[in-house]
Design a binder for this molecule. Structure first.
Ligand code: HEM
Length: 205
């Protein structure tokens, strides 16, 4: 009979992978969506308005608020569409009008979270059961951290835009360019954060 127990080094690698994925993937996703939203102030404003309406300004957003934050989730999903985590998703923006497999794809691609707020969908979820988007991959190679990843990503974005107003530094944000190696932003996002909630909601340093 073969020994089926895992070697301690294998276990250590698995734990490290889980820890890195839990921190890296949601924070990279939020960096992209913040970058997109900062280029489109009306979208950022609408996300802030949703938070003010659902949560208000006298407490911080909680996990229990997430089911009602559909516009915030639609923004994340739209960012997943344009900036997939792994290169197996069809990228991103057509440079000219084109037809692929019988489908007409117009020139340009827009950051349009509304496309995910379908009339029949009561709840925006970051996955897509019909596999039009493979943000978390699927089946055996699929991400085991879908629920955790969706929750952390939404909480992180919601807390950042609820807690702070965001401005560009003096120089422009620059072009939206991704790294050749890993599809992350080529240059880290630099932004100025100003508190926008009552002082008692911020931890004392
Ligand atoms: C925004 C959040 C996340 C996104 C977009 C994401 C996306 C993905 C994708 C696309 C894959 C498949 C990669 C491939 O086929 O090569 C994957 C795999 C994986 N993810 Fe995530 N992930 C996220 C969060 C997390 C979290 C929070 C965890 C930790 C619990 C996690 C753990 C993993 C692991 C362990 C794999 C490898 C699965 C395997 O190869 O069997 N991910 N993820």
């Amino acid at each position: 009979m073969t020994n089926q127990s895992l070697h301690h080094r294998t276990l250590k690698c698995q734990v490290i992978e889980l820890m890195l994925a839990t921190i890296d993937n949601p924070s990279n996703a939020v960096e992209w969506v913040m970058r997109e939203m900062m280029s489109k102030p009306t979208i950022l404003k609408r996300a802030v308005e949703e938070l003010d309406k659902v949560v208000g300004c006298n407490r911080l957003v909680e996990e229990s608020d997430l089911p009602q934050l559909n516009y915030i989730k639609a923004c994340i999903k739209e960012s997943f569409r344009l900036h997939p985590f792994a290169p197996f998703n069809v990228p991103h923006c057509s440079e000219k009008d084109t037809v692929v497999a019988g489908y007409f794809i117009p020139k340009g691609s827009h950051f349009d979270p509304d496309r995910h707020l379908g009339e029949n969908e009561k709840q925006v979820v970051l996955t897509d059961n019909e596999l039009r988007m493979l943000s978390f991959s699927t089946r055996k190679r699929g991400c085991p951290g879908v629920i955790l990843g969706s929750t952390i990503t939404t909480m992180l974005l919601a807390r950042m835009i609820q807690g702070f107003s965001w401005e560009k530094p003096n120089e422009e944000l620059g072009k939206l360019v991704e790294n050749h190696d890993d599809l992350q932003l080529a240059k880290p996002l630099v932004a100025i954060a100003k508190p926008r909630l009552p002082q008692y909601l911020y931890p004392k340093c």
